[in-house]
Design a protein around this ligand. Structure first.
Ligand code: ADP
Ligand code: ASP
Ligand code: MG
Length: 416
């Protein structure tokens, strides 16, 4: 008997029919003698619908109020799933984040989990109940409801698994594992049986939305075995087969079975680029530009500063597209005059494409192969950033899919 956490995403919970299938699958695991905690997302489209309502009222809704409503989709899901389990004769109980409690900081819309109280959940499990906990939501010290950022139910699930010292966290979704790239963009992308934790961390941070990055961080920090698998298979398929399906995030880098130079291609459509022109080249200038941006809680990603000419330089960086306007306002508002920049220009139609793989450590020439492939397609590279196991380029968004497909082919990642 083991304690196992299941997470079901929006599509997996997308209709009452699908919820009944989730209940059958969960019941199968419970019948096999396991203790099961389920962390579901809102039904697909629901969080978008709720955020859309808020935006009909005001363009920049108050984050506290936004979390108050955005968190409700998950509350509907847990209740429905508890009912679906009860309807097939299982004992099940649902909890909102604050009832557990899943405590977070107060950064509304992107809160971080601080602690999870496991007492109530453990007591229920010991009483033979299946426990269902809302994904995505938590509660701060003052009792306000918070949410963990889009896609945050993955993080709730892995964090709950870590707090309960579960044997494994199973992330059920609408694809049957982690692929070499998004299978919806490259149809012959290949499913990976294992992916190293470091590669998964890079892929998630570089835009592969299959797992929220913080869930991968939790998995790494607590060494929680985490597997991504399909919720769309027959819910009554043999448990032994299901337990081995999908993609396991492995912590054993050296025994990586599929050691290839490149493991996957990630992309992020939601990028924007800002250039501050004619900046005096003196110590402290990067801080004077980026300090106020960070104070506005905007994450900066790629950064380049050009060689200075006659004491002036240009400073370019990228931000998430959703924060582009806010970043421009911060810079135009106080920074530009303060540092004596000539002007600020931006482009919100850029995308980032990255090749990722631990194999890069021991292979040379990956960057040149990547740049050659893009040049053969006539794609201009606007910015480059690298780490030990990834190379990212910023390009015009209209070439993003072409870039992903041609790199996927150039690195031989397709299904053979
Ligand atoms: P859920 O609602 O279950 O959380 P998400 O939509 O958040 O599901 O994540 C699953 C989706 O992630 C897939 O449908 C797929 O389009 C996308 N995706 C992006 N990159 C990858 C990848 N490398 N491997 C698998 N899926 C990926
Ligand atoms: N429902 C939330 C979202 O749509 C959380 C999640 O699905 O993981 O972002
Ligand atoms: Mg998701």
């Amino acid at each position: 008997m083991a304690l196992i956490v299941h997470k079901y995403g929006g599509t997996s919970m997308g209709s009452t029919e699908r919820i009944k299938n989730v209940a059958k699958r969960v019941a199968k695991w419970h019948d096999a003698g396991h203790q099961i905690v389920v962390v579901p997302s809102a039904m697909s489209g629901e969080t978008n619908r709720i955020i859309g309502l808020a935006k009909e009222i005001m363009a920049q809704p108050d984050p506290r109020e936004l979390d108050m409503i955005a968190s409700t989709g998950e509350q509907v899901s847990v209740g429905l799933l508890a009912m679906a389990l009860q309807a097939i004769g299982k004992k099940a109980v649902s909890y909102a984040g604050w009832q557990v409690a899943i405590k977070t900081d107060s950064s509304y819309t992107k809160a971080r989990i601080a602690s999870i109280d496991d007492a109530k959940v453990k007591a229920d499990l010991d009483a033979g109940k299946i426990v269902i906990i809302t994904g995505f939501q938590g509660v701060d010290e003052q009792g306000n409801i918070t949410t963990l950022g889009r896609g945050g139910s993955d993080t709730s699930a892995v964090a709950v698994a870590a707090a309960l010292k579960a044997q494994e966290c199973l992330i059920y979704t609408d694809v049957d594992g982690v692929y070499t790239t998004d299978p919806r963009v490259v149809s012959d992308a290949r499913r990976l049986n294992t992916v190293t934790f470091e590669e998964m961390l890079e892929m998630a941070s570089l835009g592969s939305k299959v797992l929220q990055i913080r869930s991968v961080e939790f998995a790494g920090n607590y060494r929680m075995p985490t597997r991504v698998l399909s919720s769309l298979t027959d819910p009554l398929m043999p448990l032994e087969e299901e337990a081995k399906s999908g993609t396991l995030i492995s912590f054993e880098e050296d025994t990586h079975m599929e050691q290839a130079t490149i493991t996957g291609i990630a992309f992020n459509r939601d990028e924007a680029k800002i250039t501050v022109l004619g900046v005096p080249d003196r110590p402290g200038i990067a801080y004077q530009i980026l300090g106020p941006v960070a104070d506005a809680n905007i994450e900066v990603d790629m950064i380049i500063q050009n060689q200075s000419v006659e004491g002036k330089t240009d400073f370019t960086f990228t931000v998430p597209r959703g924060e582009y306007q806010k970043a421009m306002e911060v810079l135009e508002g106080s920074v530009k005059a303060h540092i004596g920049a000539t002007s600020i220009v931006g482009d919100s139609k850029v995308s980032k494409v990255s090749v990722v793989g631990v194999g890069m450590r021991s292979h040379v020439g990956i960057a040149s192969q990547m740049f050659r492939t893009l040049s053969e397609e006539g794609i201009n590279i606007q910015m480059i950033s690298t780490s030990e196991i990834k190379i990212s380029v910023l390009i015009d968004e209209k070439y993003m899919e072409l870039a992903v497909r041609s790199l996927h082919k150039a690195f031989g990642l397709e299904n053979s």
